[in-house]
Design a protein around this ligand. Structure first.
Ligand SMILES: [Zn+2]
Length: 553
């Protein structure tokens, strides 16, 4: 079957997002270093007064409250998430924000569905047994219990020539993810990107697909396995592939060796033959049994939304959104709590400190200001996607989204460098530069371009709907290499782990600086006659509220 004929199927899109965004960062996002700051106009008296109102104590109090054990990691559609939503709604109310959720409340409820592979999942091949997580994991889309068996087939690197040589009907196909030795990745991906290989195998009616050599030096199999054995959550109205969709399994090298035990060659030998271009693809006598019991549930979670009405009788119909996700990974199947302090109780604390400042500002901003604390971010920006699909404020009238999310770099010391993801796409870039210069800070390039952060937080849901957006990150004044080293270390140890907790050594002045920068950009956007605009050169340049959007490729 031709790849293109399937290209519009929703489950193909799911695979694309699994491979392209989550784990296979394919093309580095070119990030421009900002030019040396021009002499920026100083802050106005009203701005100076507002800046003085940004309280570090508020950020600290909210960050600590949200990441406390009783909030149970604020899991999406879990009791801890509900508790956090109620806590935030009460804070919004105390500030005097107007409710902007369902039926006069601060909460917009969202139906979710979740899936959790059960510990009893197993794969056997002949007399070998593969262990869940250590040897194999089930990749999304997870569409129900899987109980299949079939002869094992080795499909090399999954090239068309290798796959076409095999009768795969009813077989369990194992394929090595390329590129093979000596082939450049960019060249390889043109014809044989991972999702293309999967669909090539499914097109030959394989009963199951097993992918070996998954991962990368930055995201090794063990890290991928940690994520993919967690509960997975999606919007209840998301289109799912049919329950008959074949299982897609990822195996470690050790798991691949177990599968090929008794086949006459080891996995390493079969792979070496495929590297050498020899005809390695073949069907073995080994029978593979795949048994994946899945626990599926439905549940409700909420976005928390409040608005400060603008002072201008006309412009108040338009709004600037401050967004931050309040969810973290909740309580895991292992009963451990994932507190998500840096990611992203801190960002929520920052937007709440901005809300506190603006509700006291005199004069109030001309445009309205929406505070949007979203859920479901960790599972794919779900709360933000839901809000832009079911907006409680007309999207045509959303001037901009300013999003606060990150890995806590702003508490690593006094913040001096500001990174504005999305700056190069809209006039928000110039607005940010002016604010950064006026506050004596510097705009810095993205220290981790390979992470493709621009596509990975809630502002991107707005970007896809044509709303110019910025995500702000602050870092201390350390050089890019030192920054990278520290960030990489944190991401390997505490990011999305139980260790993401508030630490005594955190420098809260850094978080305060990030809130100040966000506040000032928001105030200027709220008070400027024209709404921010996309730069004509941007791939995201389109009208607000539109349907189709540029894809991250
Ligand atoms: Zn986050």
């Amino acid at each position: 079957m031709k790849t293109s004929s399937r290209s519009r199927s929703p489950w193909r899109q799911m695979l694309v997002s699994l491979f392209a965004v989550t784990f296979f960062a394919q093309s580095g996002l070119a990030w421009q270093t900002a030019a040396a700051p021009k002499a920026a106009p100083a802050l106005t008296a009203a701005e100076k007064k507002a800046v003085a109102g940004v309280k570090l104590e508020t950020i600290r109090e909210i960050t600590k409250a949200l990441s406390a054990p009783e909030m149970q990691g604020r899991g999406t559609a879990q009791p801890g998430g509900d508790k956090a939503a109620k806590y935030l709604a009460a804070r919004f109310q105390a500030l005097g924000l107007k409710p902007l959720g369902d039926a006069g409340t601060y909460l917009q409820s969202i139906n979710f569905k979740s899936a959790q592979v059960q510990p009893g999942a197993s794969i056997t091949a002949g007399d070998q047994t593969l262990k869940l997580r250590i040897d194999f994991i089930a990749a999304p889309p997870l569409t129900g219990d899987k109980n299949i068996e079939g002869k094992l087939a080795f499909a090399g690197y999954g090239r068309a020539s290798e796959v076409n040589a095999l009768d795969l009907a009813g077989k369990v196909a194992i394929v090595v993810l390329g590129p093979p030795k000596g082939v450049e990745k960019a060249v390889w991906d043109k014809e044989n990107a991972s999702q293309s290989v999967v669909f090539r195998l499914l097109g030959k009616k394989a009963a199951g697909v097993i992918l070996a050599n998954f991962g990368s030096p930055d995201q090794p199999y063990a890290m991928v396995a940690d994520y993919l054995t967690r509960r997975s959550v999606s919007l209840a109205d998301a289109v799912q592939p049919p329950a008959t969709f074949p299982p897609i399994i990822l195996v470690s090298d050790a798991g691949a060796e177990k599968l090929l035990t008794g086949s006459g060659s080891t996995y390493a030998q079969a792979r070496a033959a495929a590297d050498a271009g020899e005809t390695a693809a073949r069907v073995y006598e080994t029978t593979v049994k795949i048994n994946i019991p899945l626990k599926q549930e439905t549940g409700i979670g909420s976005n928390v939304i409040g608005v400060l009405e603008g002072a201008d009788p006309t412009l108040k119909e338009q709004a600037v959104v401050f967004s931050a996700h309040y969810d973290a990974f909740g309580v895991g199947a292992d009963n451990r709590i994932y507190p998500g302090a840096a990611d992203n109780a801190l960002g929520v604390g920052e937007i709440l400190s901005i809300a506190e400042t603006l509700t006291h500002a005199q004069p109030r901003p001309r445009r309205s200001i929406i505070f949007l604390a979203v859920t479901g971010e960790e599972y794919g920006l779900l709360g933000a996607e839901h809000w832009v699909k079911h907006p409680t404020w007309k999207l045509d009238n959303v001037a901009a989204d300013i999003n606060l999310d990150g890995i806590g770099t702003e508490v690593w010391g006094p913040v001096k460098r500001i990174i504005g993801f999305g700056s190069e796409h809209s006039t928000l870039g110039a607005a940010l530069e002016a604010v950064v210069a006026a506050t004596g800070n510097v705009v810095a390039p993205d220290p981790l371009p390979e992470e493709k952060v621009f596509y990975r937080s809630d502002h991107f849901a707005f970007v896809k709907k044509g709303v110019p957006s910025l995500m702000l990150l602050g870092t201390p004044d350390i050089d890019a290499d030192a920054m990278r080293t520290r960030a990489k270390k944190w991401m390997a140890t505490d990011y999305h782990q139980p260790g993401d907790i508030v630490r005594p050594e955190w420098d809260w002045t850094g978080a305060q600086t990030v809130a100040v920068i966000g506040l000032l950009v928001g105030m200027r956007v709220a008070d400027t006659d024209a709404m921010p605009a996309w730069l004509p050169s941007s791939q995201f340049n389109k009208a607000r509220g539109g349907a189709a959007a540029a894809k991250p490729q």
